[in-house]
Design a protein around this ligand. Structure first.
Ligand code: UDX
Length: 437
């Protein structure tokens, strides 16, 4: 099939390359010419395992091209909308400028029977509004909402082998035609019996935001238990294991720590709460405000643990911050708890030396005042405190006895509960986890 993907960020670039990998002819469109140049040369504009390989293969096959000229979408049977829906400045609602802009600039190129398929995360009601806009333009094109559930770090795998597909389509013949086109795009996944939910626009939009709200709630639930564990001497990691054995609960997404960040969960729960308010149902998801507050309190807890260890004054103390990305296997620092903690400690007067295997360049753009070093040992050298805030393998595998002589004071805050507490203590460290005695 001939496909276009509008927007080549994390979602769009991976979607475009993955669709070419599946045998489709794909053009990726973005207004950022630097991004288009990089992608056309086979360079991924961000760190994502497996992406460089499928980009190179797609370009070499001639099936994958990129352009900043919307006219390049001409002739495509499906146009995926994969532009960002960031949080509006100073507000919690989503900013739909890019989604509306993408649809508006696509309209002149839409042909009879072609399909606009939205992948971006949008407030419920957006798809119906955009469908009316497409219909009014009179091109005879259809619209579907086909949310994306990819996780950064696993984006290629999640796109090629999704754990479910959701189509939000119109009623009647239009819906039948839209489904047929989507079935053809996802023929490989469907042949592997990937679960498929075919539904209306509103349900498809809500599936995405409610999935993210549930995941965020699960993390904040366990972090709330960590707060209780901290005042009772209980161990939240054992608690998570024990409740996780109940198949109805499950152990995944029950890792207590410095909390969630990234380009999706924080903004999506805020936008959901804002949309619910607009719909007159703010109370239905009022708990998401608590979820957000619990999450942000955990960042403060990490900061407090470090500051309290110096009796309240960290001025001039050297703090090694291990981790900047919002999670491992990513260079993404959007709303990253790790970078947030590093910047706050710096703001309190500490001499912060931070490191991360992939995210230094992105972190330095946002917080140039922090000192960044590429080498973990260099970050640790002379440290008065060590804070682990992203659970990269490189940090989890550090040998506490071997790194002990590097530091000035053997005090570690394990903001991801990812280190072996016993091994650190045995090696002579003062170890402090989150929600653990
Ligand atoms: C998330 C959703 O998982 C994905 O389905 C959706 O499409 C986009 O948003 P992503 O932001 O890539 O994906 O990361 P995810 O793996 O969900 O982690 C989000 C944050 O939660 C990270 O900061 C992570 O460190 C944190 N987290 C995750 C925890 O603190 N504890 C956990 O147990 C799991």
């Amino acid at each position: 099939m001939k496909i276009s993907v509008i927007g080549c960020g994390y979602l769009g670039a991976v979607h475009a390359a993955a669709m070419a990998e599946l045998g489709h002819e794909v053009v990726g469109i973005d207004v950022d010419e630097n991004k288009i140049r990089a992608l056309s040369a086979g360079t991924a504009p961000f760190f994502e395992p497996g992406l460089p390989e499928i980009l190179a293969a797609g370009i070499a096959s001639g099936r994958l091209t990129f352009s900043s000229d919307m006219a390049a979408v001409q002739g495509a049977q499906i146009h995926f909308i994969a532009v960002g829906t960031p949080q509006r400045k100073g507000e919690h609602a989503a900013d739909l400028t890019y989604v509306d802009g993408a649809v508006d600039s696509l309209i002149p190129y839409l042909s009879q029977g072609s399909l606009v398929a939205g992948k971006s995360t949008v407030p419920v009601g957006t798809a119906a509004r955009l469908a009316a806009k497409v219909k009014e333009a009179g091109s005879g094109a259809l619209l579907a909402w086909n949310p994306e559930f990819l996780r950064e770090g696993f984006a290629v795998e999640d796109t090629i082998s999704p754990d479910r597909l959701v189509y939000g389509i119109p009623d009647g013949d239009e819906g039948v035609a839209a489904k047929a086109l989507l079935d053809e795009v996802y023929a490989v996944a469907l042949s592997r019996e990937t679960p498929l939910v075919v539904t209306d626009y509103a349900t498809a939009e809500l599936v995405k935001v409610s999935a993210n709200a549930f995941l965020a709630t699960k993390i904040s639930f366990i972090n709330a238990m960590a707060e209780i564990a901290e005042v009772t001497g209980a161990d939240v990691t054992q608690l998570a294991d024990a409740i996780g054995f109940d198949a109805r609960i499950g152990r995944r997404f029950l890792n207590a720590g410095v909390g969630f960040g990234g380009g999706c969960l924080p903004k999506d729960i805020r936008a959901f709460a804002a949309r619910a308010e607009e719909l007159g149902k703010g109370e239905s998801v009022a708990f998401l405000k608590e979820v957000d507050s619990i999450n942000l309190r955990r960042r403060q807890r990490v900061i407090d643990l470090v500051v309290d260890s110096f009796d309240g004054n960290i001025f001039g103390k050297r703090v090694a911050v291990l981790g900047l990305a919002f999670k491992p296997d990513s260079d993404d620092v959007r709303d990253s708890p790790a970078l947030n903690v590093a910047a706050a400690l710096k703001g309190l007067g500490a001499e912060v030396v931070a490191t991360d295997p992939e995210a230094i360049a992105n972190a330095a753009r946002l917080h140039p005042q922090i000192t960044y070093v590429a080498d973990t040992r260099e970050a640790l050298t002379g440290a008065d405190a060590v804070v682990v805030v992203t659970e990269w393998k490189q940090f989890r595998e550090l040998d506490p006895a071997e790194i002990l002589p590097l530091v000035n004071r053997a005090f570690v805050v394990d903001g991801r509960n990812c280190l072996d507490a016993k091994a650190y203590r045995a090696a002579g460290w003062t170890y402090q986890g989150l929600g653990r005695p």
